[in-house]
Design a binder for this molecule. Structure first.
Ligand SMILES: Nc1nc2c(ncn2[C@@H]2O[C@H](COP(=O)(O)OP(=O)(O)OP(=O)(O)O)[C@@H](O)[C@H]2O)c(=O)[nH]1
Ligand SMILES: [Mg+2]
Length: 323
């Protein structure tokens, strides 16, 4: 083999080698991405960034951090109770006029601090839109999204309330348009009156969208996920990102002479939101549930097989102190 042939064969070899390495790199980055999406890894990383270890570098500016959630649903639909159950404690209600269009909304604010730095989580709940039509719902959601970049929209209805399907249609459309995850929550799930109607209504509103496959496709949840059995997920057919989820919860421990029902479904809802939302919103949800000690205890139990002993010990110390 002369020098020229040698050089050609070398460059040929380096091309093949490059291609093999490239393919390998592609495969391993795909595998990494897959494992990256696993809930316990993402949550562990988010909690480390959050400053769960005292030596983790976190940057703060002097302004209080502010995070936002949109809440909707019929009167007595279980909105306030669910908010209380998500946050654990620290909620105050105020009436605030929203942004430019001056619609009256009630705003529940969770105020707290983390390592001496204050933060607020605001739950925006409209008392009424005037007029309540497709355009006003759209502009209401648009305004909140523009100004407050909310984490999620929670729509709450209990079996004791009546849902106006048309309103729900408009809300879901607006959320999809604004790229905000929409959680349809059937609260007070054990109430005996018209028990299945809420979930049925959710299905009826979502069904035409999946059947015509123009906006939503049923999303699969890995059966290993701790919330898999209690959440139904729909993805946006264009982006294939999570768009709408439905679930049932009992937001409070009921006590009655017959024993009552324990709180259920709320922790699964929080975990599902943490899993389905992108990293920045996962960090925001941590602020929302920061003082919900029962939730963090549940997380500790749920991930005790996945997290190493050192991290779990740190984690337990952390929620004992802050939760
Ligand atoms: N057992 C049980 N009761 C619930 C649940 N959610 C709400 N309730 C009860 O239902 C009633 C209405 O709940 P709220 O949370 O006040 O409903 P809301 O949507 O905030 O009501 P408005 O602010 O008046 O529109 C209250 O008596 C709650 O205690 C639940 O998950 N389980
Ligand atoms: Mg209320």
């Amino acid at each position: 083999m002369n020098n020229e042939e040698l050089a050609t064969s070398r460059s040929h070899w380096s091309k093949i080698k490059g291609a093999v390495q490239g393919a390998h790199g592609f495969r391993s980055s795909r595998e990494e991405k897959k494992s990256d999406n696993r809930l316990f890894i993402r949550l562990e990383r988010a909690l480390k960034n959050f400053g769960l270890n005292d030596n983790a570098g976190i940057e703060y500016d002097n302004n209080p951090k502010e995070y936002n959630v949109i809440v909707a649903g019929p009167p007595r639909g279980g909105k306030s109770t669910l908010i209380g159950s998500l946050c654990g404690r620290g909620i105050n209600a105020t009436n605030i006029h929203l942004a430019s269009r001056q619609k009256e909304v009630s705003c529940f604010v969770k105020t707290d601090q983390h390592k001496g730095f204050p933060h607020n989580v605001k739950f925006w709940s409209t008392i009424g839109l005037d007029p309540w039509n497709k355009d006003s719902v759209k502009s209401y959601i648009h305004d909140i999204v523009q100004v407050h970049s909310p984490i999620v929209l929670l729509f709450c209805a209990s079996p004791l309330t009546v849902i106006t399907k048309e309103h729900l249609h408009w809300l879901i459309d607006s959320c999809i348009e604004e790229n905000i995850l929409c959680a349809l929550v059937c609260t007070n799930m054990h109430a005996r009156v018209r028990r299945n109607t809420v979930s049925q209504t959710f299905n009826e509103v979502l069904q035409p969208r999946t059947a015509n496959s123009y906006s939503l496709v049923p999303g699969n949840i890995d059966s290993e996920k701790p919330y898999a059995s209690s959440i139904t997920l729909y993805n946006d057919s264009k982006t294939n990102k999570p768009a709408v989820l439905t679930c049932q919860v009992n937001s409070i421990d009921e006590s009655s002479s017959e024993g009552g029902h324990q709180r259920s479904g709320v922790f699964e809802l929080i975990l599902a939101l943490m899993d389905l939302l992108p990293d920045d919103k996962l960090n925001e949800i941590i602020y929302m549930v920061l003082n919900n000690r029962p939730f963090w205890m549940y997380v500790g139990q749920t991930f005790s097989h996945d997290w190493n002993d050192k991290f779990l010990t740190n984690f337990r110390l952390w929620y004992e102190k802050f939760g």
